[in-house]
Design a protein around this ligand. Structure first.
Ligand code: CAA
Length: 396
């Protein structure tokens, strides 16, 4: 921890880059907390378990000293005039009172229990997220029915899971029998009717509201009464999906992170209509699959994307300003113990996905300072989407 604080406060280029990019991120986390959108424990767990950060933003403010962050933000605000750099009231309050955002011990939230028994899970979609989610449930012992549009796409899911399990076998973490048992729990189907008997459906299809609404109308027709219907959307309204069904109380958000088998976070997103039993069951299921659930409301970006993507966008704008190269910025942030540099992470997430999320955040929050960076729009227009197209900000 002391090492991270030393890096961020260092009087060298790396320290300046870290402060330029991290202070507005810490400020936004304080705003999110001050708004009452999520608890301090969930905001911090979000960044630790969703992005592999060694420490959550509010605990980092406490470690740095809220006054240091307030002073740094005031300096930035004097230069930029961007209201996003004006210290958040919650941050100023903590700085003035000498209190801390985070305390020791549990936050008092009772451990959730399963209220609606779940033994079989349906996954709709065959992309990276759907494949990873299918793997998570199969590895935790659930029977999984995954639905795709063609046999070829279904084979892709098996290929993804097999590759990950082979890696675990090669590392001695799993044996061949264990691998076969996980694969045997996966059943592919090209017809949604195969979801008629599952207890929970998690959809991870295209991030397009009309496509999702059509799916939810269909799930409403197909699934048995009492089945929980979850979406892993990262940017669309859960309530809109819920209202496409005649059972909005059974609809919830389960936002997994990439790569789903590795990242421990699931943002559990409830609407005013969600049945508390559905919420509690889903949080208990997350724990049963080795994931860490955090609770948040149905708002663009939830906890993690609302904090992460403006920071990634700021990193691009810093590079555009000529202040530092991509490599220097990636290195500076990894020296603060973030698992990846911002440009490396953008390429993993996909620049098209990142641009869409950033546009959604601007639409929802209206911050001018969050407008997508020009070079983000440019790489997307050129089809340089990241690792998936072998080129993005970096080349692969
Ligand atoms: N699929 C499955 N498993 C993978 C994997 C993949 N794509 N990549 C790595 N792994 C596994 C490895 O097998 C290894 O497993 P074990 O520990 O069981 O052996 C583990 O992950 C660590 O892998 P490595 O040692 O090879 O690599 P690493 O230490 O560099 O870690 C990483 C890789 C876990 C991805 C790490 O770099 C990290 O945490 N990165 C941050 C990722 C992140 O921020 N994700 C969130 C993006 S935002 C999002 O997803 C939300 C949205 O809506 C877009």
């Amino acid at each position: 921890m002391a090492e991270i604080v030393d890096r961020i406060t260092a009087d060298d280029e790396g320290g300046r880059i870290a402060r330029t990019l991290l202070f507005p991120y810490l400020n936004h986390a304080a705003t999110m907390y001050g708004d009452g959108y999520a608890t301090a424990a969930d905001i911090d767990a979000g960044m630790r378990f969703g992005c592999g950060y060694p420490i959550g933003p509010l605990a980092l403010v406490d470690a740095l000293g809220a006054k240091t962050v307030v002073d740094g933000l005031n300096e930035q605000f004097a230069q930029t005039g961007d209201p996003l750099h004006q210290p958040a009231p919650a941050l100023v309050e903590v700085a003035d009172s000498g209190a801390a955002f985070t305390g020791e011990g549990a936050d008092g939230t009772p451990v959730p229990t399963v209220k609606r028994p779940v033994s079989s899970v349906g996954v709709v979609g065959t992309g990276t997220m759907a494949s990873g989610i299918a793997q998570v449930f199969a590895q935790a012992g659930y029977d999984v029915v995954y639905v795709g549009r063609s046999q070829e796409k279904l084979d892709g899911v098996v290929g993804y899971v097999t590759k990950n399990l082979d890696r675990a076998v090669a590392k001695g973490k799993l044996d061949e029998a264990g691998k076969d048992a996980v694969l045997a729990r996966l059943t592919g189907a090209t017809e949604r009717e195969a979801l008629a008997d599952v207890d929970l459906v998690v959809e991870a299809i295209a991030e397009d509201l009309d496509i999702k609404l059509e799916l939810f109308r269909d799930l409403d027709r197909i699934c048995k009464p009492g089945a929980i219907l979850a979406t892993t959307t990262s940017s669309l309204s859960i309530r809109a999906c819920a209202d496409a069904t005649a059972r909005p109380a059974d609809v919830i958000g389960m936002h997994f992170f990439n790569p789903a088998p590795v990242m421990k976070l699931v943002e559990v997103v409830t609407t005013e209509a969600t049945d508390p039993d559905v919420d509690e069951t889903v949080r208990a299921l997350c724990l049963a699959t080795g994931k860490h659930p955090v609770s948040c409301g149905d708002r663009a970006g939830f906890i993690v994307n609302a904090l992460l993507f403006p920071y990634l966008n700021d990193a691009i704008k810093l590079q555009e300003s000529g202040a530092a190269s991509m490599e220097t910025i990636d290195t500076a942030m990894k020296e603060t113990k973030l698992p990846m540099g911002p440009f490396e992470l953008l390429d993993v997430v996909g620049n098209d996905v990142s641009l869409a999320i950033q546009e959604t955040l601007v639409g929802a929050f209206g911050h001018e300072g969050w407008q997508p960076a020009e070079s983000l729009k440019q790489v997307v227009a050129e089809g340089r989407l990241g690792r998936k197209t072998k080129a993005g900000f970096h080349t692969y």
